[in-house]
Design a protein around this ligand. Structure first.
Ligand code: BG6
Length: 467
């Protein structure tokens, strides 16, 4: 069902996220009839007028959005407004102007696409502008930079907004493929009985990126790969992979189970972490020549409960690596005894695996050993797979931000993170934040510093795929 009439106030409207995802996403929601009565007020520290903001949006859509007809663009552009400088007065004025165009009362959605440091000032501005009533607020990750700052930010948010107005976004939770983990695990009777330490050897959550800083040096320098990706996206995905069966698909049940996973996690030990920095990072514009910010991180962590005690979860992500991938790979234990002789191919390609590919077009595959046709007994790794590409559903895909904006507009918290969960994850991270291991260099196009192999030995990273 479509969302109610909404004015989206976009803080950081000229930033990278807005250009790549939010503006194209809002246009798609409008066009697909999911958010038919939307007005968009943009603001940022960049200098713009309404007209120049409209031009900016057009360029962003040309680069990152779907093709639109003149008529569709005309309709969208009339819904765009600009609040210069993001002051309380300019915001109020722009929101009033936008809403004067509407026949029904608009609900407001404030999207804070700003770094953690800037969030406090925006909250204050919203209060001064008297834009708290009838409003929901989406706050971007990372939520704070450590436990103390997250607590301060939560307290500051609650001075202005009630918790049910607050949506802490982690866009990995909006990915079609992430939701498929829930469907796969909890809509089938086949897999859940083997989903535990007796059958599973280890799990990898591997998100290498080919992208670099993408004009975000200032944000990235203050954030680094751990805060940008691990404490946020990768741990949220870990929770979907590791949690117990929720009793319902509702915010309370899902968050309760996720938070139980976070509570069971052992603190991240610096000795289980490899930090890296790509060669040439220090020469990037906006980066300090002495920077120790990591652009790569790999780590081992544990969910210390009955289901997972002793099963390592290996996480890896980084910039400017060999390939862009987002996989969760579940490695099953070897059979207790093998009748197949060495040389038959048994174990040659690692253990049998289940793989979830979190790419926009979601894919799942199960690989296992089978007999190669012909004389003798040669074993080969075979696979069964599902890919959205092989269906005719691709047209109905929703991009992660689109789904989450729509859910927030409708007031549904199921796919958002909570203050409790976020604070617990900072607590788990504290030993690493207090004592980060040194950053080690790695070559652009590689898979990270050499130490990643020691981290996972005697096992091996599944990426890059051999075939
Ligand atoms: C963002 C990070 O949250 O996620 C970026 O800030 C990263 O650094 C991006 O590139 C990855 O998201 P996706 O959806 O492209 O895998």
């Amino acid at each position: 069902t479509p969302g109610p009439p909404t004015t989206v106030v976009l803080f950081g409207a000229t930033g990278d996220l807005s250009r790549r995802k939010l503006l194209p996403g809002l246009l798609h929601l409008l066009r697909s009839g999911l958010l038919p009565h939307v007005q968009i007020v943009g603001t940022s520290l960049d200098e713009h007028t309404r007209d120049s903001f409209v031009d900016f949006v057009k360029e962003a859509l040309d680069e990152f959005g779907d093709d639109v007809t003149d008529e569709q663009w005309d309709d969208f552009s009339k819904r765009l407004w600009w609040a210069p400088g993001g002051t309380p007065e300019s915001l109020r004025r722009a929101v009033d102007e936008a809403e004067a165009e509407c026949t029904e009362p608009q609900q407001r959605l404030h999207y804070l696409s700003v770094p953690p440091k800037a969030a406090l000032a925006v909250l204050e501005t919203l209060r001064e502008a008297d834009l708290v009533e009838r409003a929901r607020i989406i706050m971007e990750k990372p939520f704070g930079t450590d436990l103390e700052s997250a607590k301060r930010l939560n307290a500051a948010v609650h001075e202005v907004f009630d918790e049910d107005q607050v949506f802490r976004i982690d866009h990995f939770l909006g990915k079609e493929a992430a939701l498929n983990i829930l469907a796969f695990r909890f809509a089938n009777g086949l897999f859940e009985p083997i989903w535990h330490r007796n059958m599973i050897d280890h799990i990898q959550i591997d998100v290498p990126e080919q992208l670099g800083l993408e004009q975000r040096a200032q944000f990235y320098e203050a954030t680094g790969a751990y805060r940008d990706m691990v404490v946020t996206h990768l741990f949220q995905i870990l929770a979907f992979t590791a949690m117990e069966a929720p009793t319902a698909l509702d915010p309370l049940s899902i968050t309760e189970e996720k938070n139980k996973v976070f509570r069971s996690m052992l603190p991240i030990e610096p000795r289980d972490v490899v930090r890296g920095q790509y060669a040439g990072y220090l020469d990037e514009p906006g980066v300090s020549p002495e920077s120790e910010t990591e652009t790569f991180i790999a780590l081992k962590c544990f969910v210390d409960n009955w289901r997972w005690a002793g099963v390592p979860f290996y996480l890896r992500t980084g910039k400017k690596l060999g390939q862009g991938q987002r996989i969760i790979s579940v490695a099953f234990k070897e059979p207790p005894k093998s009748m197949f002789p060495a040389g038959s191919g048994i174990g040659q390609h690692g253990p049998d695996h289940l793989t979830f590919d979190l790419a926009d077009k979601s894919r799942m595959s199960l690989s296992f050993y089978g007999k190669r046709p012909g004389p003798g007994f040669r074993l080969e790794k075979l696979s069964m797979q599902f890919s959205v590409d092989d269906t005719d559903w691709a047209g109905s895909l929703l991009e992660a931000y689109e789904r989450l904006i729509l859910e927030a507009v409708k007031g549904n918290h199921t796919l958002f993170t909570t203050s409790q969960g976020v604070e617990r994850l900072w607590e788990v991270s504290q030993p690493l934040l207090d004592n980060p291991p040194p950053v080690r260099p790695y070559a652009v196009g590689s898979w990270g510093p050499n130490q990643i192999h020691q981290l996972i030995a005697p096992r091996a990273w599944r990426l890059p795929f051999e075939r």
